[in-house]
Design a protein around this ligand. Structure first.
Ligand SMILES: Nc1ncnc2c1ncn2[C@@H]1O[C@H](COP(=O)(O)OP(=O)(O)OP(=O)(O)O)[C@@H](O)[C@H]1O
Ligand SMILES: [Mg+2]
Length: 398
């Protein structure tokens, strides 16, 4: 059954998740979307007006627009056409940018160049936190800086899983994340060790004395705590921000789209076919909030023993079935392995502790897919001259 095609409103809402990091806003609010055409067969053409036609972010913007729009149910393809702003449009844009810079302090401390991925599920206990910390470790091992925001305020597990315990410090009313240095993975083709990266961790577990005091936070208070982690934490440089979502479909899930319209969502599910209904609900919430669903990760897939026999303890096919149902790719299948669980208890994610295990290899493969294909880091090369200065200078000259 083919999906109904989206409306122009749907396309514009999802485009609010595409930012121009140089100009400091999303394409819609900056007035850069000149037109949206939606054909009856679901093919979409978006016309983007650039400030200067040789904009170094042109390719980045095109890829982001295509990625977001093709993630909308019912879209069969997306093409981007570029135009250049008239001087009238440019002055309007500059007025907006100046106004934002002056009056409208950034709503989050997360840099606009950061790719944000929320790891969610319908049901609890399917492995969101395990997936979050292992993907963070695998991305950091590629030399990247990865933030981990533990949005499971009442049931935090990230500090234990990453072996972090020090209380969060801070000054000037800002909180500093705890840092975990991650060594580079193995050697490169020349046999040289690869440089590692850093994970920046923020969790309620690093602020309160015990889980009991965190559990006193309820409902809206929880959503408020997550908001504060975004606005009051000095994240600094960050290639990725992974958000470990709490289980279920409550206020935090509902509020994510408002707090972080550019976030994208990975849905974790188990192989049991019966679990799909609740998992579909998590995807629905993301889409109702106009957040792109990047794909599905099946966790606790078949366990293969040392003799090579495979045991599907939790059933089979759940990840593929969910992916097909919500029209998003199945990004990977993590086997059920004791190392995933013991790594979570010792604070050494399996990706680092047993890098040759099947689970670690699959986590690395998923991280590679994220970094190269699904959510590649923003490429700011070519933006050495700040575009904003350039436009301001040009504008002043006109
Ligand atoms: N692939 C796996 N192999 C073996 N054990 C696993 C695997 N994935 C997760 N686990 C274990 O299953 C339990 C639940 O995992 P985890 O805490 O990551 O799930 P969660 O979805 O974050 O749970 P919650 O909804 O409570 O936040 C943990 O004990 C974890 O170590
Ligand atoms: Mg969890």
């Amino acid at each position: 059954m083919s999906q109904p095609v989206p409306t122009e409103h749907d396309v514009l809402r999802i485009l609010e998740g595409v930012v121009d990091p140089e100009l400091g806003g999303n394409l819609v609010e900056l007035g850069m979307i000149r037109g949206v055409e939606i054909a009856a067969d679901g093919a979409v053409v978006v016309t983007v007006a650039l400030t200067i036609s040789g904009c170094p972010l042109r390719v980045q913007i095109r890829d982001d627009v295509v990625s977001k729009v093709t993630g909308l149910p019912g879209v069969t393809g997306c093409r981007v056409e570029f135009g250049e702003m008239s001087s009238g449009e440019k002055s309007e844009l500059m007025a907006k940018v100046r106004w934002r810079a002056r009056d409208d302090a950034p709503t989050t401390e997360v840099p606009l160049t950061t790719r944000i991925i929320a790891v969610a599920s319908g049901k609890g206990g399917v492995g969101k936190s395990s997936v979050t910390v292992n993907l963070a470790a695998a991305l950091a091992a590629q030399g990247r800086t990865v933030g981990v925001l533990d949005a499971d305020i009442g049931g935090f597990s990230v500090p234990r899983m990453l072996g972090v315990s020090g209380r969060l410090g801070g000054a000037d009313k800002k909180i500093d994340p705890n840092l975990v240095a991650i060594p580079g993975l193995a050697d490169d083709d020349l046999g040289l060790p690869r440089p590692g990266g850093t994970i920046k961790v923020v969790s309620m577990g690093l602020l309160v004395e015990d889980e009991g005091s965190a559990l006193m936070w309820r409902g809206l208070m929880l959503a408020k705590a997550v908001e504060q982690f975004l606005t009051d934490v000095r994240w600094g440089d960050l290639d990725y921000l992974l958000i470990d979502m709490p289980p279920g479909t409550g206020d935090i899930q509902m509020g994510l789209g408002r707090l972080l319209p550019r976030a994208e969502v990975i849905i974790v599910t188990t192989p049991a076919l019966a679990a799909q209904k609740v998992a579909t609900r998590a995807a629905d919430i993301a889409r109702k909030s106009y957040l792109k669903v990047v794909g599905v990760i099946e966790n606790m897939s078949a366990f293969t023993c040392e003799h090579g026999t495979s045991y599907s303890l939790f059933g089979t096919g759940g990840g593929a079935a969910l992916a097909a149902e919500i029209g998003a790719p199945l990004i990977g299948e993590i086997p059920l392995e004791p190392g995933v669980s013991s790594g979570g208890d010792t604070g050494r994610p399996v990706v680092l502790d047993a890098p040759d295990s099947a689970a670690a290899r699959e986590f690395r493969r998923i991280a590679d897919r994220i970094a190269t294909e699904l959510c590649p880091p923003m490429d700011m090369t070519g933006c050495s001259a700040r575009l904003l200065d350039l436009i301001t200078a040009r504008f002043a000259a006109e």
